[in-house]
Design a binder for this molecule. Structure first.
Ligand code: URA
Length: 240
């Protein structure tokens, strides 16, 4: 790739800034000062040093975000803050996007990456990747609901949902509220909310806990994010 692109990709600055730094003679490639922005470099083999520091090239980035409510799962929005707006300047890249969507009022695990292939593998209905949610539901969730969820059923608009695994964590009879966990492998629009609506209940709080082998790190506060560890990334790729 071009040297100015390499410098921009490794976070030295914009392409324009990179060109200025090159002109000042601050960059060496394999020990030689290079001033020409269009010089082709091998991002893996060449040793590229800026201001005495070797730059290492990373093609793909993977961040786990603890999505808060009120933020849109998109890369841009006219009105609302988006999940990529939560990234610090030094981590922001134009090519980062959220893998799938959580509703504006849903919290929890959201993966941000620029790896389109992995995103596709995780979202493809053919791959049957688990998505595990915790929800507070208005209404008493029963073993009957569990049975219905286990076999799959029709939503109120007759759309069919595939079998899923519903677990009841607790039921508060007085408040008529239930805390549940649900594992689905599909990703239909508002799926969890619509599944409960179909059995006469209402999701009042929803949080995604897991996607495939990747669990939300509960140490992350709402709105915080961190890079995936190598082990987490390997685990995710095993879902392919
Ligand atoms: N199901 C929903 O209803 N909402 C989400 O955000 C995710 C799954």
């Amino acid at each position: 790739m071009r040297l100015d692109k390499f410098l921009a990709e490794t976070g030295v600055g914009s392409r324009k800034e990179a060109k200025q730094l090159l002109k000042k003679g601050l960059v060496t490639v394999n020990g030689q000062v290079i001033k020409e922005a269009k010089t082709q470099v091998d991002e893996v083999q060449d040793i590229i040093v800026f201001s005495g520091e070797e730059l290492t090239y990373q093609e793909y980035y993977y961040y786990m975000l603890h999505k808060p409510q009120g933020v849109i799962s998109a890369t841009e929005d006219k009105w609302d803050q988006t999940v990529v707006d939560l990234l610090k300047d030094e981590d922001y890249r134009e090519d980062l996007f959220p893998v799938g969507r959580l509703d504006k009022d849903t919290e929890g695990l959201l993966l941000l990456t620029n790896d389109g292939q992995l995103a596709h593998q995780l979202l493809s209905p053919k791959k049957h990747v688990d998505k595990e949610y915790f929800a507070i539901v208005q209404g008493i969730v029963t073993t009957n609901d569990i049975r219905q969820f286990t076999t799959g059923f029709a939503l109120t608009n007759k759309e069919l949902v595939k079998p899923s695994e519903l677990m009841i964590d607790s039921v508060n009879e007085e408040e008529e509220q239930s805390e549940i966990r649900l594992i689905i492998q599909e990703g239909k629009f508002h799926q969890v909310k619509r599944m409960f609506e179909a059995v006469g209940k209402k999701v009042i709080y929803l949080k995604r806990l897991r996607m495939g082998n990747l669990w939300l790190d509960e140490e992350l506060e709402l709105g915080e994010y961190r890079a995936l560890t190598e082990k987490e990334l390997d685990g995710l790729k095993m879902n392919k």
